[in-house]
Every structure is written in C-alpha cells, then in structure tokens.
Design a protein around this ligand. Structure first.
Ligand code: UGA
Length: 429
C-alpha cells in the first residue's frame, strides 16, 4: 500500500518506519524544511531505540520518503494518517490547531480515488467528525474519502516493539471500506482487533491513558501510606499485583507520571468532563496525587540533604528516551535552584534538551561518576539501566557525604545501608 503520515514525532516516525519495513511505500510530511532535510539524511532527530537503524534501512530501500509538499504524497496514498501534536492549552483543553491545519491541507490535496483519512493523534470525541467537515469544505467535488480513528498505544522508549507487538489495534469508522483498508494495512501487526465507531475509538484512547495514570497515582498513594506506617511499598504492590484482576504492571510508585501523553490526556479528559457535566473528582485526585509524589520527594531532599551540592542522575521523563516534556527532573531542578542548590546533572540522552531550559544554571557531566564528584547528595530521577549495577563503592568514595535520594526505588535499602550510604527511597523505610 502507499500511505502518508503527517508528523514525524515519536508516534509519526515510528509508525512510518514500521509500515515501510513491512513493504509499504510511505510518505512522511513535515512543515520544517530543515527537519525534513535531516530526516532525508537518515537522522531521526529524536532518540528512540532502534529507530535510526530502521529509518536508514528503509531510506536505502526507497520505501520511505520525506517532504513538506502535500500534493504528491496525498494524491498517491490510499491512507493518510494524522500524527501531529495535541498539546494542552492553559485550561487543559487539547489544542487542535495543528490537527485542523493539517485537515485543511489534506482537503485541498485529495484526488478523486478513495482515500482514508485516519487520526492517530489523541483527540477529544468528535474531532474526527470535525476533520471530515473541514476536508469537505476544502476538497474538490469529485473527491471520495472517509475518516477513521486509529489511536496509537505505543510508549516512548519501546515504540518499535510496541507498534509491532501491540495488545490491540483499534479502528473506528462509520465507513465499511475505510475499516477494510485499515484492517488490511494492520495485518502484520499482532494483537486483538477492536472495530468500532468513531466516538468509541476516540474514547478508548483517553480511557486507556487515564486508567494508566490512575494506576500510577494509586501506587503513589499506597507509597504515602507505607511511609507513614512502616510497610514496604514494593512488597505491598507485588502482593496486590499478583491478583490477575489487578496486575503488577504500571503499579510502580516514584515521581509520578510525566511525558507528553499521560499528563496532557488527564488534563484534556478533565476539561471534557467539566464541559459535559460529568463528575471529574477521580481525575482531580489522580492529578493531585501525581503532584504530591514530586513534592514529597523534593521535601525529603531539602530536609535530609547534608549540603546544597547535589548530583542528579536521569533527566528524561522515563528511560530510553530523550524526551523531557513534563519530566519530574524539570520540576525538581527548578525548585532546588530556587533554594540555591548547586546541581550537576547526567543523562545519556536528554542533556541537550535540558540545556535548552536551564542553560548555565546547572553543570552538565559526561558520565555518572563525574556528576557525583564532591557532592553532598545523589538524586536519582530516571531509572536508566546504567545506574542499576553501577560501582557504588566508587560513587561513595567520590561523594563528600554519601547520601542517595532514589525516586525510582532502583536499589535495595539494606544493601545501600551496608555500603555506608544514607538512603531515602519511595514508600520504604
Ligand atoms: C503512554 C502510554 O503508556 C502509551 O500506551 C500511549 O500510547 C502513550 O502514552 C501515548 O498516548 O502516546 P508514554 O507516555 O510514552 O506512553 O510512557 P509510559 O510508559 O506510559 O510512562 C509515562 C510516565 O509514567 C513516565 O513518567 C513513567 O516514569 C511513569 N510511570 C510509568 C510510573 O511512574 N510508574 C509506572 O508504573 C509506570
């Protein structure tokens, strides 16, 4: 099949490379010439494990191409996916500016043969109908098209394998031909098929992300109880999660959910709920607990750090990505700077992005050991693998006062005490 993907972020580029790798002809449309030139040269711009190799392989096989021009791509494609961002406005409402702009451009460039226009971006119920109206307004008369919602469930850091080994493929449309085309395209992808109408497909995406946020906030709530009562949150949640009705996945307490998806989607769902007069108390509680998780951790640092020279390991919102959108690191660094802490940071992928926010206000280290040299405390914010079995004896020798604040519970408290560290983690005394 020939398809077009509009947008080349974590969802767009991964989806484009995976479908190209299956043998499809894929056009990727972006609006910044400089970025398109980088993509053409095989540079994915973002960091996602395995993406660079997959991109370069498919450029070489001429199955993927990049352009700023809608005309050629859209006129040749059977399916056009929209994967542009829907960031939160100040009110929490999803900002659909990019989606609407893209729909206009699709409308202007659709040719006579039947085309499916499918939105993969997370959008409020009713957005695909809006897309249809906009396309109808801008298309020429003889154009035949249908809209479909095909939400994406990949996670950053595991995007390629999540796309190929999906738990489910959700396709929502009121048009039978559109559903058939999307079913055909997704054939090599694992997972159950959920075929539904537009509104349900749009809702499945929000409900899934909000439920994941809910699980994380629940885990954090239990960690607050554990800290007050002396229970061990890891053991508690393992005991709870063995129950198959509950499950252990996404029950890891820590610094709350960050990233470009869960925070924005909870906010947008709250906004939708308020507009529809649905009770939103649960959503407000999910958000409050998420904020509290970060505040509690900050309080621990401020109260127990033996001095104000600290190192931070891990800046991205989760491991295996360079993405720092809504990352707990940004909140913690801002707050510590307000209290005159001196901060060394280390992250294997996200340093360049953090520099754009903090510039020369913090110090950037080349490796984890350089970061801890002569500091009073080490703060672990992201659980990158490289920290899990690091030489802690060496770390201890380098630090002025060996104290660790572990926001992701990557070490065993008794091991750390034996090594001579003062060790503060989440929900474990
Ligand atoms: C999330 C969903 O997991 C994907 O299914 C969805 O497709 C995606 O949003 C999206 O809407 O595009 P993502 O934001 O990439 O994926 O990352 P997650 O793995 O969900 O992690 C989100 C945040 O929750 C991270 O900050 C992570 O550290 C935190 N988290 C996750 C926890 O604090 N505890 C957990 O148990 C799991």
């Amino acid at each position: 099949m020939t398809i077009t993907i509009i947008g080349h972020g974590y969802v767009g580029l991964v989806t484009a490379c995976v479908f190209a790798d299956f043998g499809n002809q894929v056009f990727v449309i972006g609006h910044t010439k400089e970025k398109i030139a980088r993509l053409k040269s095989g540079d994915p711009i973002i960091y996602e494990p395995g993406l660079k190799e997959l991109l370069q392989k498919n450029i070489q096989s001429k199955r993927i191409s990049f352009t700023t021009d809608y005309e050629e791509a859209i006129s040749e494609s059977e399916i056009v996916f929209i994967t542009v961002g829907t960031p939160p406005k100040e009110t929490g409402e999803a900002d659909l500016t990019a989606v609407i702009e893209v729909a206009r451009n699709i409308g202007k460039n659709l040719k006579s043969k039947f085309t499916v226009v499918s939105c993969k971006s997370t959008v409020p119920v009713g957005t695909n109908n809006k897309i249809e109206v906009i396309i109808n307004k801008h298309k020429s008369k003889q154009v035949d098209f249908a809209v479909a919602s095909c939400p994406e469930f990949l996670r950053e850091g595991t995007g390629i394998s999540d796309t190929i080994n999906s738990d489910r493929v959700v396709i929502g449309s009121d048009n039978k031909k559109a559903i058939e085309k999307l079913v055909e395209l997704h054939k090599p992808i694992n997972g159950k098929r959920v075929i539904t109408n537009l509104a349900s497909a749009e809702m499945i995406k929000y409900a899934s992300n909000v439920f994941l946020a809910n699980k994380i906030s629940f885990a954090n709530l239990i960690s607050f109880y554990c800290e007050k009562t002396g229970a061990n949150v890891d053991e508690v949640l393992t005991g709870v999660g063995i129950d198959e009705r509950i499950g252990r996945k996404f029950l890891n307490p820590g610094l709350g959910y960050g990233g470009s998806c869960l925070p924005k989607d909870v906010k947008a769902f709250l906004d939708i709920g308020k507009k529809q007069f649905v009770d939103t108390q649960l959503l407000t509680a999910i958000e409050n607990i998420n904020t509290k998780a970060q505040e509690n951790f900050l309080e621990k640092i401020v109260k127990h750090s033996p001095g104000k020279k600290v190192a931070i390991w891990g800046l991205s919102f989760k491991p295996n990505t360079d993405d720092i959108r809504f990352a707990p690191s940004v909140f913690i660094i801002k707050k510590l700077l307000e209290q005159d802490f001196q901060i060394n940071v280390y992250d294997q992928e996200a340093t360049e992005n953090i520099k754009k926010i903090f510039a020369d206000k913090i110090n950037y280290s080349k490796d984890p050991y350089q970061a801890v040299n002569k500091v009073d405390s080490l703060i672990i914010i992201t659980e990158w693998n490289e920290f899990k079995q690091i030489d802690l004896n060496k770390v201890k020798k380098l630090m002025s006062d060996p104290t660790i604040f572990d926001g992701r519970n990557i070490y065993d408290p008794s091991d750390l005490k034996k090594l001579g560290f003062k060790y503060y983690s989440i929900g474990r005394i």
